[in-house]
Design a protein around this ligand. Structure first.
Ligand SMILES: Cc1cc2nc3c(=O)[nH]c(=O)nc-3n(C[C@H](O)[C@H](O)[C@H](O)COP(=O)(O)OP(=O)(O)OC[C@H]3O[C@@H](n4cnc5c(N)ncnc54)[C@H](O)[C@@H]3O)c2cc1C
Length: 391
């Protein structure tokens, strides 16, 4: 089997994986990104989930910075985009975002492997030393000083022996369809094209397995057919004006596996102040609440040489809703990129990285780390606004 050696290998080229690989490469690492499709962006692009959720707290204060903001801007670089008025968020064209993500990866010098499937973790004495991947050339062994699992499903961590919490998923499918007069609709991307979100709550699919993936996608497409059948039964002419144009090319699972970390974000610690906090993230469903992300949530328990990023970090219950979305995936991806660089330079496993140094790097990116600091800042700013000093 052919072997290649990198400093950092990132598995999964979704938003978290792109952020991790780009950040590691920008730090000077020889970084590779392995992605099983031919597109970067994961659910945000391949899954057609093209709503970049907010970077702000809903009261006019930006909370997420760094690559979360950079990728938000990039999502609208090659397309119109549409910014919301009330929150710092917006919709984008998935294809346009793919073009911009490719460019960011190119500029950073990441060695991208598309159409390449992560197959197996190779662990020696508890440390992940290499992964086996497969593509048209056959099996390839990739070695690295540090790995990042950004597969969304925690495939590399689980293959390396890590534990996990299994999620569940209600049927959901997002598509882009043609609809005459779509521009009148706020979800329209351009004249005649808008997105459709099918979300059904009558069934729950367990975590993930080969069988579940197939059952899930066939079920959601069957439901979508039924949606059109009902429309066309009422008006057969509608099929010339209202029809599906693009379907997701990956299963649209929200929660599959949360890899058990040295720390786990959960309901019991939702207001905790973590000494090793590496980011503050926001609630996207309502204005106000913020939560700290402990560095330990990115470190799989019992496996050395590996970090997780994105929707498979150690975050369960309500916290999973916060950490699994696009902006938070960019945040944890960027943190993993910085931490992987520090681990390789220090010749240590990620859990031995100097967290204070890591926090300094994140503060330089304008990250907030702790709830009390942000809440004090927010209160003072609001007091000033009341006095008329801040608009
Ligand atoms: C129905 C639905 C609606 C959503 N709505 C929104 C929304 O409106 N706004 C929002 O911000 N977020 C939304 N989300 C969540 C969000 O899109 C994703 O959770 C987020 O983008 C996760 O990014 P990620 O990089 O962690 O994982 P993913 O996007 O899942 O990326 C993982 C990548 O790894 C690759 N991969 C997986 N296994 C392998 C392997 N073995 N080998 C190689 N590559 C592999 C995949 O192909 C994929 O590209 C939604 C999710 C769903 C399912």
């Amino acid at each position: 089997m052919q072997t290649k050696r990198y400093d950092v290998v990132v598995l999964g080229g979704g938003i978290a994986g792109v952020a991790a690989a780009v950040q590691a490469a920008r730090c000077g690492m020889k970084a590779a990104l392995v992605e099983k499709t031919i597109f970067p962006g994961g659910l945000a692009t391949t899954g057609l989930v093209y709503l970049y959720l907010p970077l702000c707290d809903g009261f006019g204060h930006q909370i997420l910075f760094g690559m979360a903001e950079e990728l938000y801007q990039a999502s609208m670089k090659y397309g119109p985009g549409q910014r919301e008025e009330k929150r710092y968020m917006g919709i984008f064209s998935p294809a346009s975002f793919i073009l911009a993500l490719d460019e960011i990866l190119d500029d950073a010098g990441v060695d991208v492997w598309y159409d390449t499937l992560f197959c197996k973790s190779c662990v020696t004495e508890g440390r992940l030393e290499a992964v086996e991947v497969e593509n048209n050339s056959g099996r390839l062994r990739l070695e690295a000083g540090c790995f990042v699992d950004a597969t969304g499903d925690g495939d590399a961590a689980v293959s390396a022996g890590a534990g996990y919490t299994e999620g569940s998923n209600t049927p959901a499918i997002w598509e882009i369809h043609h609809a005459d007069g779509a521009l009148k609709n706020s979800r329209a991307l351009s004249d005649g094209q808008e997105r459709f979100c099918g979300n059904w709550k009558d069934y729950e699919y367990p975590g993930v397995s080969g069988r579940v993936v197939t059952d899930f996608v066939r079920d959601t497409r069957r439901r979508l057919r039924r949606f059109y059948q009902e429309k066309y039964a009422a008006d057969p002419e509608l099929k010339h004006k209202f029809f599906s144009m693009l379907l997701p090319s990956m299963a649209t699972f929200r929660r599959t596996r949360a890899v058990t970390g040295l720390a786990t974000m959960c309901n019991a610690n939702e207001e905790a102040v973590f000494e090793d906090s590496v980011a503050l993230i926001n609630e996207w469903r309502c204005a106000g609440p913020v939560r700290e992300v402990p560095y330990g949530a990115l470190i799989p328990r019992g496996v050395k040489g590996l970090l997780t990023a994105g929707r498979c970090i150690s975050s369960i219950e309500e916290s999973w809703e916060w950490t699994r979305v696009i902006p938070a995936a960019a945040v944890t991806g960027q943190i993993a990129g910085f931490a992987a660089d520090m681990a390789v330079r220090g010749n240590v496993s990620p859990e031995a990285v100097d967290v204070k140094e890591l926090q300094k790097k994140l503060l330089a990116e304008k990250f907030y780390l702790h709830r009390p600091d942000f809440c004090t800042f927010r209160r003072k700013r609001e007091e000033k606004a009341d006095e008329g000093h801040v608009k």
